[in-house]
Design a protein around this ligand. Structure first.
Ligand code: PLP
Length: 404
């Protein structure tokens, strides 16, 4: 029978999701999922942060809460708390109201909304993303009608940052292009720029009149220090840039399925900031209409209460330390086994992800022989390693690399 949908072809699967599904249905008892983009503790368990649980218990008993729509902008107290967290409460752009925020559907929604605004309202046509990058950067920019170009970021031969390639590509970018920058804990490589390198990037982007769209999905997860992780964005503003920053609370509050994001914008004067905000609200109105309440209520309550904020910082530091410790342990194990290659990247890289340098064949071998799942390009989530599987994974890496 004829179908209206007859011409629709099956879309390619989203790699990380497809691999996780495959892993879930794998019945091998020692299987290991290193493809996930979420935090797990040393026992391999998903975690509800204690401060989040505390807030949820309070909310359950608070009869003043209801399920009315939020305003289009979301919860104002949440947006401004997000801005203060990102920029520091004494930053001049906070004090003089040059910075604002609009609540979004996760960090993804913030990347989307900024891409849409820059293209539809300001007419930007070219977007630069790092090679490699979180796949949704390309997906969103493609869908929004940009010509997507890549700047070099990773040197596959030497397994290190390609800073010269990055600077050269940005120097050759046409003026008025959007450049997506990972503020910290670059996904997928886990490799961040040093401060001196960030300063060079800012200098070139200023000369080329390139517009910075920062993606900050891991504030607090990279160095363990919230201010340190936000440094590149603050530095850009201090150097006179106007910018967008897509802020996510999925990771640093463990609120993945609550979809809590904030699109932060910094403009030259308060009136311009207000105009930008008003246009963003129009765009948001016709996509999600109003954002979600549960997660933003939690984040807002915590960040607007000094005691709860301290508690959250302790919870977050524990998670960041868990990742740093895992990196050290895994590195030690590979060294002890004498696994060929230089494994220092495991401890140099930051955040949840590590680019292992394993080839596609080695990744396939790990999956087929050991039931260990990594993305095809060899990205692993350090949180997929835990007390029970660390030796198993290290031995499997060793045997795979030595031809076992
Ligand atoms: N940006 C980067 C670099 C990410 O890695 C992720 C999530 O994996 C996001 C944005 C999206 O975050 P959210 O889940 O809040 O949409």
């Amino acid at each position: 029978m004829h179908s209206v949908f007859g011409s629709v072809v099956r879309a390619l699967p989203i790699e990380a999701a497809a691999l996780s599904e495959q892993c879930n249905s794998d019945e091998f008892p020692e299987k290991v999922n290193l493809t996930l983009g979420v935090y797990r503790n040393f026992d391999g368990k998903a975690v509800r942060m204690p401060v989040v649980k505390k807030m949820e218990l309070r909310m359950a008993n608070d009869d003043s809460l209801n399920k009315d729509y939020l305003p289009i902008i979301g919860k104002e107290a949440f947006c401004s708390a997000g801005v203060r967290l990102l920029l520091g409460k004494n930053h001049p752009s906070c004090v003089s109201r040059l910075a604002g925020g609009v609540q979004t559907i996760g960090g993804t929604g913030a990347v989307f909304l900024s891409a849409r605004f820059l293209h539809r309202i300001l007419g930007f046509k070219i977007a630069y993303i790092p090679k490699p990058s979180w796949p949704s950067h390309r997906g969103i920019c493609d869908h929004e009608g940009y010509t997507v170009k890549e700047y070099r970021y990773w040197n596959w031969n030497n397994q290190c940052l390609d800073i010269n390639g990055m600077l050269e590509d940005l120097s050759n970018a046409p003026e008025w292009a959007v450049v997506i920058l990972h503020a910290c804990a670059h996904n997928p490589t886990g490799m961040d720029l040093a401060k001196t390198q960030w300063l060079e990037v800012a200098r070139i982007m200023k000369t080329r009149r390139l517009f910075p769209l920062f993606d900050i999905a891991y504030q607090g997860f990279a160095s363990g220090d919230l201010d340190e992780d936000a440094w590149p964005i603050r530095m850009f503003i201090d150097h006179g840039f106007e910018l967008f920053a897509a802020q996510s609370f999925s990771k640093n509050f463990g609120l993945y399925n609550e979809r809590v994001g904030n699109l932060i914008f910094v403009a030259r004067d308060a009136e311009t900031t207000a105009c930008v905000k008003s246009q963003l609200l129009v765009l948001a109105r016709y996509v999600w209409s109003n954002p979600v309440n549960h997660g933003s209520y939690i984040v807002s309550s915590v960040l607007n209460d000094p005691e709860l904020t301290e508690e959250w910082k302790r919870n977050l530091a524990e998670m960041a330390q868990r990742i740093i410790k895992t990196r050290e342990l895994f590195h030690k194990k590979l060294e002890a086994l004498g696994t060929p290659g230089n494994w220092d990247n495991v401890i140099i890289q930051r955040g949840m992800f590590s680019y292992t340098g394993l080839s596609r064949e080695q990744v396939k071998h790990l999956r087929e022989k050991y039931h260990i799942y990594l993305t095809a390009e060899g990205r692993m989530n350090m949180c997929g390693l835990n007390w029970n599987n660390m030796d198993y994974v290290a031995n499997a890496f060793h045997e795979t690399i030595t031809g076992g």
